[in-house]
Design a protein around this ligand. Structure first.
Ligand SMILES: Cc1cc2nc3c(=O)[nH]c(=O)nc-3n(C[C@H](O)[C@H](O)[C@H](O)COP(=O)(O)OP(=O)(O)OC[C@H]3O[C@@H](n4cnc5c(N)ncnc54)[C@H](O)[C@@H]3O)c2cc1C
Length: 215
């Protein structure tokens, strides 16, 4: 931190697990920080996932620095429980978060960075920081392919799929072969059709490969 103005705070973008953990560690070392979170609550992205859906990783992997998980929590936490634990973490460590602040751009300056953000969907503001921590995660802006050649009646990112949608599905096309695909794969629904496509490319020509035959 030698070539920066130490009077400026470290700016953390995003109040998910990574942003909160970073803030906790900075606070512990008496380093000033500001968290800018675009949502009106912490853990904005995780709240998009079905609260009843369970994490695929055991709870030990969700433990953050100086965090004690409820010992009675199930081994595979439902997303709703994880969100609750993150709220508790924020309170326990007194982490201040500026909510409804959407970061728009970051500019490098001679000493540090200038972060431009929109507060409450109003005026654009700027904040100078000695450092910037990008903790915006991978699910903040889920990408769906445009004009995909399947005409699906409802076309959703896995983040937005709910158990009820799967239970009601008669035909389901899953694009992508990762952990989310497994999570949304339907249980045996009598009379249902299930087609899975993976190795999807969103850049250049759209390509798909059928992982299991259409039924
Ligand atoms: C279906 C599904 C299943 C998953 N299962 C698991 C699992 O089993 N185990 C596991 O470890 N992980 C799992 N994940 C991944 C999980 O989402 C990440 O591990 C975790 O959320 C990463 O935390 P993060 O803090 O990096 O990012 P996020 O939780 O995405 O937090 C990013 C934060 O940044 C904010 N933000 C984004 N852009 C801006 C901006 N421009 N300005 C201000 N704020 C902004 C968002 O609102 C959000 O609050 C799963 C994800 C999905 C979708």
């Amino acid at each position: 931190m030698s070539d920066t103005d130490s009077a400026d705070p470290v700016i953390i973008i995003g109040a998910g697990p990574a942003g909160l953990a970073a803030a906790e560690q900075l606070a512990k070392r008496n380093i000033e920080y500001v968290i800018l979170e675009k949502d009106s609550q912490v853990a904005g992205s995780l709240r998009r996932v079905d609260p009843e859906m369970r994490l695929l990783s055991p709870k030990g992997l969700s433990v953050m620095p100086d965090m004690t998980l409820d010992p009675d929590a199930p081994t595979y936490l439902p997303f709703g429980v994880l969100v609750h634990e993150l709220e508790r973490y924020q309170q326990q460590h007194n982490l201040t978060v500026r909510l409804d602040c959407m970061v728009l751009s970051i500019r490098k300056e001679a000493h540090g960075f200038m972060v431009s953000y929109r507060e409450d969907r109003n005026a654009r503001r700027e904040l100078r920081g000695s450092h910037v921590i990008n903790a915006t995660g991978i699910i903040s802006q889920p990408r769906l392919p445009d004009n995909f050649y399947f005409t699906a009646p409802r076309w959703r990112h896995s983040v937005d799929v709910r158990a009820q949608d799967i239970a009601n599905a008669q035909k389901l096309v899953v694009v992508g072969g990762g952990a989310s695909a497994r999570a949304v794969s339907p249980p045996a629904v009598p009379g249902a059709s299930f087609l899975s496509i993976y190795r999807f490319k969103t850049r250049g020509r759209h390509r798909g490969r059928q992982a299991c035959p259409a039924v």
